[in-house]
Design a protein around this ligand. Sequence first.
Ligand code: TMP
Length: 212
Amino acid sequence: MSGRFITFEGSEGAGKSTQIKVVESFLNSHGITTLLTREPGGTPMAEALRELVVSGNTDRWSPLEEMLIMYTARSELVRTVIKPALEKGVWVLADRFADSTTAYQGYAGGVPLKRIKLLHEIVLGSFAPNLTFIIDLPVEDGLLRVHSRAQTISRFEKHSQVFYNKVRQGYLEIAEDEPDRCHVIDGSEDIENISSSICNVLAKKFAFDLSQ
Ligand code: TMP
């Protein structure tokens, strides 16, 4: 596959959506065609599954059921959108991917990590992002941002601070386990500093000239 697959991860309110747009402009300015997507979602079918999983009460689905829904949506998104784009040389930028399942359903929800790895292997084999940015922010700051801008609170945003501390810790452990793929970015910096940290990582990893 000639494209690259870059994912953006982090807890609620970390600023992923803002940064993904910055990266899109950065890559486009270097002549690279990009495709933006998100999880859960990114196709009409996966968006329908997203609606099912993000709405309602927290106990509507167990973490195991959430994992299965996420992987159903992910399978369809990878098969119909991500892989075809990568094959055409397009760089795919995803707002969340499999690390979200490991952090939310695994570290925070209690699904054994071995089971999540096994399901990943069954559904996607060794398919993984080339690069992942984990935007890290103290839980209270992230939730404050979410609650100040949201009109409706999603199922996941109704979880406790304890749950989100586990999500945050999970992401940091994922980054420790896979230091070549994962880069932790300090999300409490101002937006411009976060963007320049991210562009520096991109430039180093993919040999871009930042002066252009
Ligand atoms: P978003 O708010 O970043 O759009 O993501 C929707 C919610 O879905 C967010 O609270 C995290 C959750 N989620 C999981 O729990 N597991 C997953 O695998 C994915 C992709 C998202």
